[in-house]
Design a protein around this ligand. Structure first.
Ligand SMILES: Cc1cc2nc3c(=O)[nH]c(=O)nc-3n(C[C@H](O)[C@H](O)[C@H](O)COP(=O)(O)OP(=O)(O)OC[C@H]3O[C@@H](n4cnc5c(N)ncnc54)[C@H](O)[C@@H]3O)c2cc1C
Length: 440
């Protein structure tokens, strides 16, 4: 009845919400090759060296927000500290802790039991006998039917500025140019350029200094303002989301471009590490852009030009790390590209012009929903590509499915019992995890 295309965080949040409301596992299918809903995120977080989430206590994987993650942590370790920190917005769940919770929740609801281990290649809208979708894999084999489909395919490929993308084709230097989200190693005594000043880049500044190397932070413009979350806090709340959704589509895209531009949270720990680097002459910042790159005596020879004055010129460096993130266009996702082309879905600046319920125009119907989650939905829900945003969209989608199917909902008592026992299981698993150091 309900299908999720994609096997990441979004799939877990749709599943846990559906389970909480009263859908059973024979009514849900999750399509994707990974046997673990945290696999895709975990690999990126590991490559980046992320230790705590950017998000806060409300962002986690139980159906309702309560108990919050700080409360679960306090319960697990019999400590008031997480509660105190969270009242000051200084609590961020540790990566091992949040992944532990996700794993416990996935096991409890049987996430892997409802998974169909294949990628979806095509969705065909059928209207008879009732509106539904027929699903095919990437080899065009039939893989199932679903009345309601949530598209949660995550990100497009990693993106590099054109000069670096070109240089990566040269085998002599390719492995010295990496993305922050790729696996990498820093050599003590080496000198590295880090592009950008968003969260991924600042994380790398600290990693380079920790490795005993030198870091040159290169930004096109003066560095951005700091911001705790990936969009302003008001956009995490219904009032902010509703105000945003009421803007015309073009204004939403423009606004999104402004609020998502290279912000980063304040992290006391990072500051200390970067300050140490500065004092030891191992951290410096430049405004400019890489214009040329070639093999050099330290590994790479890089020409930096500036739009704000004299060019910094040629520099010898060991490697370049790009904190430039993912390609955000839906057209880079093969399934989405096919759907856009075949069903003539309107796309502006790489974003589908979704309905305000995140539905795909022309295909979404109240009795048979086709909804988007995650990054591809952030022109409707600005924090769509966060745990909190995925949860918000998942809840609305599952509630729509429940209405369409006239679901006999789980009783209040049963929901409370479920939530309490899941919370207890999470708390007892958290006890086995060494608490991650808070950075804020
Ligand atoms: C390094 C990093 C740090 C982050 N930190 C935070 C944070 O602190 N707080 C926060 O809230 N969020 C954070 N995020 C964002 C968070 O990880 C994403 O919001 C979340 O993973 C998106 O979930 P998703 O299900 O949309 O995509 P993903 O988790 O990326 O999963 C999508 C999955 O779908 C699969 N797939 C794609 N196409 C198909 C197809 N056609 N058929 C079947 N399967 C398909 C992919 O292989 C992938 O496994 C971070 C992200 C990264 C990369």
């Amino acid at each position: 009845m309900i299908a999720v295309v994609g096997d990441g965080f979004g799939s877990l949040l749709v599943h846990v919400t559906a389970h909480y409301l009263g859908f059973t596992n024979d009514q849900i299918s999750i399509f994707g090759p990974s046997d673990n809903p945290v696999g895709t995120y975990q690999q990126y977080a590991y490559n980046l060296g992320q230790t705590v989430l950017r998000s806060e206590s409300e962002s986690h994987f139980l159906g309702p927000d309560w108990p919050t993650f700080a409360q679960l942590d306090a319960w697990a370790h019999k400590s008031l500290r997480p509660l105190y920190r969270t009242t000051r917005r200084k609590y961020n769940p540790g990566v091992p802790e949040i992944l532990t919770e996700a794993t416990v929740v996935a096991r409890r609801i049987g996430w892997n039991d409802v998974r169909v281990p294949t990628r979806v290649g095509w969705l065909q809208r059928e209207m008879q006998p009732t509106p539904h979708f027929v699903m095919y894999d990437e080899q065009a084999n039939f893989i199932g039917r679903a009345k309601h489909v949530m598209l949660s395919p995550g990100h497009g490929p990693l993106s590099f500025p054109p000069v670096l993308a070109q240089a990566r084709k040269d085998p002599a230097i390719a492995d010295r140019i990496v993305q922050a989200y790729e696996p990498k190693q820093y050599a003590a005594g080496g000198r590295y350029i880090v592009l950008g000043a968003g969260i991924a880049s600042v994380n790398e500044w600290a990693n380079i200094i920790d490795a005993g190397a030198s870091c040159l932070a290169l930004t096109r413009n003066a560095q951005p303002e700091t911001q705790d979350l990936n969009v302003p806090r008001c956009l995490f709340e219904s009032i902010g989301i509703d105000a945003y959704t009421q803007l015309p589509f073009e204004q939403r895209i423009e606004f999104l471009g402004q609020v998502l531009r290279g912000t980063r949270p304040e992290r006391r720990e990072w500051h200390t590490r970067i300050k140490t680097g500065q004092q030891e002459g191992r951290f410096d910042a430049l405004v400019g852009e890489i214009d040329k790159i070639e093999p050099g005596r330290a590994g790479l020879r890089v020409y930096v030009k500036s739009a704000h004055g004299e060019d910094p010129g040629w520099l010898d460096v060991t490697g370049v790390v790009a904190g430039t993130g993912f390609n955000k266009s839906v057209l880079t996702l093969p399934l989405l590209r096919r759907l856009v082309e075949f069903y003539k879905i309107p796309v502006v600046n790489g974003k589908m012009r979704l309905q305000t319920n995140c539905g795909v125009p022309g295909l979404d119907r109240p009795e048979s929903r086709l909804c988007c989650n995650g990054l591809i939905a952030n022109n409707v829900i600005p924090h769509g590509d966060t745990i909190a945003g995925l949860k918000f969209i998942s809840r609305r989608f599952v509630a729509d499915c429940a209405r369409a199917e006239k679901l006999h909902k789980r009783s209040f008592g049963s929901r409370m019992a479920l939530q309490f026992s899941m919370g207890r299981d999470v708390a007892s698993s958290l006890r086995t995890v060494t608490p991650t150091q808070q950075l804020a």
